[in-house]
Design a protein around this ligand. Structure first.
Ligand SMILES: Nc1ncnc2c1ncn2[C@@H]1O[C@H](COP(=O)(O)OP(=O)(O)O)[C@@H](O)[C@H]1O
Ligand SMILES: [Mg+2]
Length: 593
């Protein structure tokens, strides 16, 4: 069939795995089968009441009016009224039930997606940018919501409505019914043509709409930068261009829809004219009753509505399968790094950690990023890594956290290969403070607990005292609210909070990856003081450009082009007069010690 699945980023040539997707969708429906069953019961009632109206009308015209019995007439009219009320009531319960069931499915789906995505590894996130991923999950779940709340039930309603209406009409006048059937092919063709054309346009509209959102997000985020470079006008012009394209396409699509609906609306008067013209003649002949004629007119929309909806249902089902397929693809993606069958559990670290002849590259055809790296870090000691940007420092931490697996060599904790250690216990034991600090919207207190309310406040206060940051957190009260991404804090303040956060989680090993890169001298002093205290208590790996931060480390590695070029204490390295000492003199001037 025609392609209307070209929504966000699906390769049009990509084959949808209908079986797997069907199984996925079924997997969401089955747990909610009670809800769906209840909906179907309401559906039966509401459809019955809906279809009863024309029959009551026929009764009024053929029996009540000719009989001249006013009480029968009043009774019939009352029946007609209450029938409509009952239709509305049952329809209300049907909708409510569907919305509830649909929402339940969506909640479950999003929960499952989130849990799944959070377990996926960094290579996955390198492939799917977060913005696109969230937009996609949002759009796809909405499509499925439509499927579960509307389409599934509407298809049954339409089949039911069409079959029963056709049956009743045919029963009372086969001739007139067959005459109306002549319109079916016209209706089917019109609706499928329009839907095909307009849906292609609407896909384009959706794409342009997400392009606009993306553009706005990017540029509003960079408002300061754009202003500084005087780029506001240019940005406006570029936005104007996308906006105009969206406007034109959307207008075209909407115009098409209007024409479509007008042709749908025309079907009704055409058929009514036909019924009245042909049927009226038969009434005059005496082969048809007036009541049947009225009944036909009242049934006409109920007969055509399901036929019109066929194309729409097909389209929603196709889109749902495309959406389901994309969700299925994410859900079936296994994290590249998983626990071994029987993972070893780290109960704290007793001896220390070791890199033994570790080689690493990010792709098979890429250059080696780490070449034969070996070092040991005994418990309670500290290791500093310095070196040029791109030298491989962060890669060392990536391997330690098992975000990636080394190509050759081993990483050992307490003489156990990292490969055998469960991810959970590994990452509970080591903590990371990065250069880019992510803070969640919430209070400072909540952020220090990493949103885990089970951590008692006392633990937070204790951690703050341990690192000597009482004064800082007096100034920035723990109840202070952090806005999105910590925009109301300076880079240095965020670093301090991240450091305290690592303390609260009370991890054995702390890794600082350029945590002091962007900060002012005052905060640097604050963090350095905290670090000096930490050095006495924790096992630490410190990656830093500022040599003031690391001079007290027990061991310093100078890493360049993936190799350890120099190794020793601050004094030893200065003594050697190599790269490190040159580096140090550059920062602190000749004669510095
Ligand atoms: N996820 C990645 N995928 C591919 N290459 C990477 C990735 N991360 C880092 N690299 C490359 O590995 C090299 C070392 O990077 P990194 O360890 O981050 O250096 P440093 O932290 O010392 O600045 C760089 O050349 C970088 O481009
Ligand atoms: Mg780095």
């Amino acid at each position: 069939m025609h392609d209307r699945n070209g929504d966000d980023g699906q390769d049009p040539k990509e084959k949808i795995n209908y079986r797997a997707t069907f199984r996925l969708l079924l997997g969401f429906i089955l747990p909610e089968r009670r809800g769906f069953a209840a909906a179907f019961v309401w559906l039966l009632f509401s459809t019955a009441f809906n279809l009863l109206t024309p029959i009551i009308a026929k009764h009024i015209f053929d029996k009540a009016i000719p009989s001249g019995d006013t009480s029968l007439l009043a009774l019939s009219a009352a029946a007609l009224f209450f029938n409509s009320v009952l239709f509305l009531v049952t329809n209300y319960f049907l909708r409510m039930r569907l919305v509830k069931t649909g929402q339940q499915i969506m909640t479950d789906l999003k929960k499952r997606m989130l849990a799944h995505m959070l377990a996926l590894d960094l290579p996955f996130y390198a492939e799917y940018p977060v913005g696109r991923l969230t937009a996609r999950v949002q759009a796809d779940t909405t499509t499925l919501y439509e499927l579960f709340t509307e389409t599934t039930v509407n298809i049954f309603r339409d089949i039911l409505m069409f079959a029963v209406t056709f049956g009743i009409m045919f029963y009372f006048s086969p001739k007139l019914t067959l005459l109306l059937c002549a319109a079916f092919p016209v209706v089917l063709v019109i609706s499928s043509i329009f839907l095909r054309k307009s849906s292609t346009l609407f896909v384009t509209v959706r794409k342009l709409a997400s392009e606009i959102t993306g553009f706005l997000t990017e540029h509003v985020n960079a408002a300061g930068l754009l202003q500084a470079f005087n780029r506001e006008r240019m940005t406006e012009a570029r936005l104007e261009d996308i906006n105009k394209r969206k406007f034109d396409t959307e207008l075209k699509a909407e115009m098409m829809m209007i024409v479509f609906f007008m042709s749908i609306i025309m079907i009704s008067p055409v058929s009514i004219a036909m019924i009245l013209g042909v049927g009226g003649a038969w009434v005059a002949e005496g082969t048809l009753t007036v009541g049947t004629l009225v009944m036909f007119i009242l049934y006409i929309d109920k007969l055509f509505e399901p036929v019109f909806s066929v194309s729409e249902h097909v389209s929603i089902i196709q889109r749902s399968f495309a959406a389901g397929h994309r969700i299925q693809k994410i859900l079936e993606r296994k994290p590249a790094i998983t626990d071994p069958p029987q993972p070893r559990f780290l109960h704290g670290i007793k001896e220390g950690l070791e890199f033994r002849n570790v080689w690493m590259r990010y792709a098979d055809d890429a250059q080696w990023v780490l070449k034969d790296i070996s070092f040991t870090l005994p418990k309670g000691r500290s290791l500093a890594i310095v070196g040029e940007t791109g030298g491989g420092k962060t890669t060392v931490t990536n391997l330690l956290f098992k975000f990636y697996v080394p190509n050759k060599g081993k990483i050992l904790i307490d003489n156990t290969d990292l490969a055998e250690i469960g991810l959970n216990s590994l990452r509970t034991s080591i903590g990371l403070v990065q250069q880019d600090i992510y803070l969640f919207p919430g209070t400072i207190m909540q952020n220090l607990k990493l949103m885990d309310d089970s951590i008692p406040d006392a633990m937070v206060h204790d951690a703050i005292r341990t690192v000597g940051l009482e004064a800082f957190f007096k100034k920035h009260g723990l109840n202070k609210h952090i806005t999105d991404k910590g925009a109301n804090l300076s880079a240095g303040e965020k670093q301090v909070i991240a450091l305290a956060r690592a303390m609260v989680l009370n991890q054995e090993v702390l890794v600082f990856d350029e945590a002091t890169s962007h900060i002012d001298p005052y905060t640097e002093r604050l963090i350095n003081a905290a670090m000096q205290r930490l050095l006495k208590q924790k096992t630490m790996i410190i990656i830093a450009h500022r040599l003031s931060t690391i001079r007290n480390a027990d061991q310093i590695l100078l890493v360049s082009e993936g190799e350890i070029k120099e190794k020793g204490t601050h004094e030893e390295l200065l003594e050697r007069g190599g790269t490190y000492s040159r580096f140090y003199k550059l920062q602190f001037g000749e004669g510095a010690k």
